[in-house]
Write a protein that binds this ligand. Structure first.
Ligand SMILES: *[C@@H]1O[C@H](CO)[C@@H](O)[C@H](O)[C@H]1NC(C)=O
Ligand SMILES: *[C@@H]1O[C@H](CO)[C@@H](O)[C@H](O)[C@H]1NC(C)=O
Ligand SMILES: *[C@@H]1O[C@H](CO)[C@@H](O)[C@H](O)[C@H]1NC(C)=O
Length: 257
């Protein structure tokens, strides 16, 4: 059973044979594992410390591009209620299809961070203290890009992929976390999902990616570009379901290529 599931999953640990092996000191090399956009940006764990906070009374709805100029945004004191699952209205930013959110800091007083209703871009978006989750991806197809920025203190997930298509996470800092990325384990509608992960600085976490092998998910992880300490696993596989049950874990920190 495990062997046949392993065949279904293509967990590619790309070591970029064709190109010189890049390191974090030289992060600007295009690697075969990467998909566009190729943004020249090194991962950094220097979180901005904005002097100003803007407390929003409702989620900011974004079409096109919103540049926050590194102001801190939140939803006011008491907004985070732990792992209580919220909806779009509980987000700080609600991104419509094709929207870009850049240079913002999201503070502790919020519940749902960023929700993307279609393919979106997050460039240099920093989460000072993740509540339920940081980024929820609901696109039905296409690719969302999370490039630059970082997240701290995610009891559970940073990126929750509930929709379909691809999520790219590149040049990202994650500290004290459960999972950097999770393909939804028990959503009502399940899809084959794809994640591309590169140039991550990760500290104190349980895993970078959790994918459902029974739905043919793939995680392509540029292992040579990772800088990890106290992270238990690069990728875990699960048997997902569509009835809301807790999914079963199948493998931990095991690559099949
Ligand atoms: C957000 O903006 C889009 C585009 O203008 C609109 O269709 C949608 O209803 C808005 N959503 C909310 C929650 O305001
Ligand atoms: C996964 O792949 C198998 C074998 O190719 C196929 O039968 C199945 O429909 C796929 N499932 C999804 C969710 O893509
Ligand atoms: C996870 O696997 C990687 C190699 O793919 C290895 O370097 C690392 O030590 C493993 N982590 C643990 C906690 O076993």
């Amino acid at each position: 059973m495990f062997a046949s599931l392993a065949v279904l999953v293509t967990l590619v640990a790309t070591l970029a044979q064709a190109n010189p092996t890049p390191t974090l000191k030289d992060p600007y090399v295009r690697r075969d594992a990467e998909a566009p956009p190729f943004v020249k940006r090194a991962a950094s764990c220097t979180f901005p410390s904005p002097p100003k906070t803007s407390s929003l009374s409702k989620a900011m709805n974004i079409t096109g591009t919103f540049d926050g100029g590194n102001v801190r945004f939140d939803r006011g004191s008491g907004a985070c209620e732990g792992q209580k699952e919220g909806g779009d209205a509980d987000a700080v930013f609600l991104l419509q299809s094709g929207a870009t959110l850049q240079n913002v800091v999201i503070g502790a007083n919020q519940a749902e961070g960023v929700h993307c209703l279609g393919p979106c871009n997050l460039y240099n978006v920093w989460f000072e203290d993740v509540c339920e989750d940081a980024i929820t991806i609901k696109q039905t197809s296409g690719q969302s890009n999370i490039i630059g920025g970082g997240a701290k203190n995610a009891d559970d997930k940073v990126v929750q992929h509930n929709g379909a298509g691809t999520v790219k996470i590149d040049s990202y800092c994650v500290q004290t976390f459960g999972k950097l990325y999770r393909s939804c384990g028990n959503c009502k509608t399940q899809y084959k999902r794809t994640v591309l992960i590169s140039q991550i600085i990760g500290k104190s976490g349980s895993s970078l990616a959790g994918i459902n092998s029974n739905y043919n998910d793939t995680a392509t992880i540029d292992k040579a570009s990772l800088s990890l300490s106290s992270v238990s696993s690069i990728c875990d596989t699960y048997k997902g379901n569509s009835n809301g049950d807790e999914p079963t874990k199948l493998t931990s920190n095991t690559s099949n290529s």
